[in-house]
Design a protein around this ligand. Structure first.
Ligand code: MN
Length: 161
């Protein structure tokens, strides 16, 4: 029997593409639904719970900002901290919280934008039952992020749910 390569080759390509896609399932959400990679698990003491960071851009001589994709599993959050040159948070997916010192906690949904002023202590993270994915754009020209105390459960659970 004679097979025509013109018909067989596309089938082979489709088969291997399908196999490859099936292997990309190690993330909290399916890889195909994510805009940016989930990155590596954050292992430092500046977070409570499980969070992941994918650095997207480092500050350099042209842009004095760094950009990173952060994924918080439900209940995970940063410690209180401040950014000497401020930070912008772009909410990509899920349901998150953001709170500045002295203000009430806010709920963040996909599409929300937060402009966090310089030197204002705050924290951000996921809601208790839904993960949260955000892009953090952080000004770097006035020094590194200053990490403060842990967000206690009473603080985390206070206010809106
Ligand atoms: Mn921040």
């Amino acid at each position: 029997m004679k097979y025509n390569l013109k018909y067989i080759l596309p089938l082979v390509v489709v088969f291997f593409t399908a196999c490859n896609n099936n292997q990309k399932t190690g993330n909290t959400k399916q890889q195909t639904e994510l805009v940016f990679p989930q990155g590596e698990k954050i292992t430092n003491a500046n977070f409570t719970g499980t969070a992941y960071l994918q650095p997207l851009m480092d500050a350099d001589s042209l842009n004095s900002i760094s950009v990173g994709n952060v994924t918080f599993e439900p209940g995970a959050r940063s410690n209180w901290h401040l950014h000497p040159a401020g930070q912008i948070i772009l909410a990509l997916d899920g349901k998150g919280y953001y709170q500045e010192k002295g203000s009430t906690k806010r709920i963040l949904q996909k599409g929300d934008v937060i402009k966090c002023p310089p030197n204002v202590p705050h924290w951000h993270g996921a809601s208790a039952d839904t993960e949260f994915i955000q892009i953090a754009i952080t000004g770097r020209e006035k020094g590194p992020t200053v990490w403060l105390e842990v967000v206690r459960d009473e603080e985390y659970n206070d206010g809106v749910k």
